[in-house]
Design a protein around this ligand. Structure first.
Ligand code: G3P
Ligand code: CA
Length: 319
């Protein structure tokens, strides 16, 4: 999908294609910037001098509402290698892409449908909610009318949209508090198979499954012996890295945890290290210089620029 001239041509149309909503347009925060955000991606994105994995955290969520198709589209156009999905089950068992357990921060619409726990709502209820207006409210300098009314995507819709071409990669998080008894893991595994992503996942890490909860990953490992898994760590919680090497392909620590010693330990165990979430150019460069294998960022274009401008002299990343 990326690296084609066609993308440059269709870029202005993507917002229109994704933005259809049954909701009437809401108020849009005034944008004082005469140069509207996000910037048009450079097509093709700059070539990397340092080959590290660019993970678009909730999509290009610095520029567009997180976990919308617009945010994922933009991330791929900016040269992200992976698009991240946080997934939660609805009351009727559908995996939807959303970060928070509750709807209150990112949904607008009928109170009975668009506030409270995601897991208490059916997919039909969530269909009535607007997942873009909050971004305009929170980021007036980056507000766009096209964001108003954006729907929540299901994970299946994401797989349908982007498919299984080798240059499309998914980094999917099973969220804390939602995995009970392995049903989320089984649903996720079934979708990976249904959309012919399993072989790519196993052979080329086309899908990475991540979680903060070791039990979720161990559940997944019990269901499937080979799917590559990433153990996430909150700040101050990387003590289990050696244990993780028994079931995980890699680790995803908080950026605050990353030191040359942790990078070295992780690599000595044969695992990849993908810290989260790094956004400023200085911080991106500092992290890249420690020879991590990749990282999560809300601004995939910035990380791509950092990696294209400098050869940090790192060994080939673990992929
Ligand atoms: O999954 C890596 C990173 O996204 C973890 O933080 O809270 O944004 O899901 P969070
Ligand atoms: Ca996440």
């Amino acid at each position: 999908m990326r690296n084609t001239l066609a993308l440059a041509l269709v870029w202005p149309l993507l917002f229109a294609a994704c933005g259809t909503s049954p909701l009437p347009p809401g108020p849009v925060a005034e944008n004082p910037d005469p140069d509207p955000q996000p910037p048009a991606p450079v097509v093709p994105p700059p070539v990397l001098q340092t080959d590290q994995v660019i993970v678009a955290h909730r999509g290009a969520s610095g520029y567009a509402p997180e976990h919308t198709l617009m945010a994922y589209d933009l991330a791929l156009e900016m040269g992200a290698e992976y698009i991240e999905q946080d997934v939660l089950p609805t009351a009727d068992g559908v995996l939807v892409c959303i970060h928070d357990d509750t709807l209150d921060r990112t949904a607008r619409g009928p109170v009975e449908n668009c506030t409270g726990n995601v897991s208490d709502k059916t997919l039909e209820q969530l269909r009535s909610c607007d997942f873009g207006t909050w971004f305009n409210e929170a980021n007036p300098d980056r507000a766009r009318e096209e964001y108003v009314g954006l729907p929540i995507p299901t994970l299946e819709e994401v797989f349908q949209r982007y498919g299984n071409a080798p240059d499309i990669k998914y980094y999917i998080e099973i969220k804390p508090n939602t995995s009970t008894g392995g049903s989320v893991e089984q649903t996720l595994l079934d979708l990976i198979h249904a959309y012919d992503l399993y072989d790519g996942a196993v052979n080329d890490r086309q899908v990475l499954v991540q979680s903060f909860i070791p039990t979720s990953l161990i559940n997944m490992r019990a269901l499937d012996a080979e799917l590559p898994l990433i153990q996430l760590y909150a700040a101050g919680a990387t003590a289990g890295v050696v244990l993780a090497s028994s079931y995980a392909f890699g680790i995803g620590p908080s950026s605050a945890e990353v030191t040359p010693a942790l990078v070295s330990l992780t690599h000595s165990l044969g695992m990849a290290i993908h810290p989260y979430t790094i956004n400023s150019e200085d911080d991106l460069a500092a992290m890249a210089a420690m020879c991590v294998d990749g990282l999560f960022t809300n601004f995939p274009d910035r990380y791509r620029d950092v990696l294209s401008e400098t050869d940090f002299g790192c060994p080939a990343p673990i992929r």
